[in-house]
Design a protein around this ligand. Sequence first.
Ligand code: R1P
Ligand code: URA
Length: 284
Amino acid sequence: MLNKLAASELVLNEDGSVYHLNLLPEEIAGKIILVGDPDRVPKVSKYFDTIEIKKNKREFYTHTGTLRGERITVMSSGIGAENIDIVMNELDALVNIDLKNKEFKSEHTALQIFRLGTCGSVNPDVEVDNMLVTQNVVGLDGLLHFYSDYQFENEFSKNFLEKFPYEKIKPMLYFADWAEDISDYYKDAKYHGNTATFPGFYAPQGRQLRLKAIDDQFLETLNDLGVTNFEMETSAIYGLSKLLGHKALTVNCVIANRRRGEFSADHHASEKNMIEWVLDRIIK
Ligand code: R1P
Ligand code: URA
């Protein structure tokens, strides 16, 4: 099989690092914490015993070091599924493509990816300042349509697809089944739920400033279909992890309860709590 990639397809920097993440293969660990906000990277790595790598380009900041003796990376993705397209493909290239020869490696390496994010809830009973682990994800962002027809089928997805009333929006649904062996880490989370990933923060999340959303009952409709919370990255993380053979699990801290109109009184404290909670569980 001819599998040498052209220079235009796998783009590298002068030092051989992947184009956007600006990283070399030896600069990432097998366990990767993915956060949206670049400012969250040092808030995670301050708990590391050592930090051997600090690199960045654009919104992609990476710190790699050790925690309790185990190698670990924390990286920011910035906002949105389109950034996750870059992060997932370039992380995969770092472990599964020989960058010097631009050839696929014969042995596959699976990464463990832990998203630590913030989210809003559409279920009035999901309270702010608590953590929610994503079991099923509904992608309303559209990214996965460019890759595959694959989507997970279970009771939740069948019911969702049957009843979803917006013809112009084509959902893609994924499920954290490939994360079973790592989902054990988060058994004691307050909430396990169904996350919707949106392609924007305002109308796609039902917010109306000067522009009206297509339907001001959007969030209520999603809640009626079993969605608990929403953010802007998990469908792309779960979908591309499934397709590329990695394991991924999202935990988001709920900072807004949109049905009750509540916002966290101290989202920095909630974020800190989530970081400590996750680090305690993923590296014992
Ligand atoms: C919007 O404010 C951002 O916050 C959430 C959303 O997914 C989006 O990226 O996640 P992070 O806190 O991880 O950035
Ligand atoms: N992240 C989002 O995408 N939306 C919110 O309302 C809160 C966090």
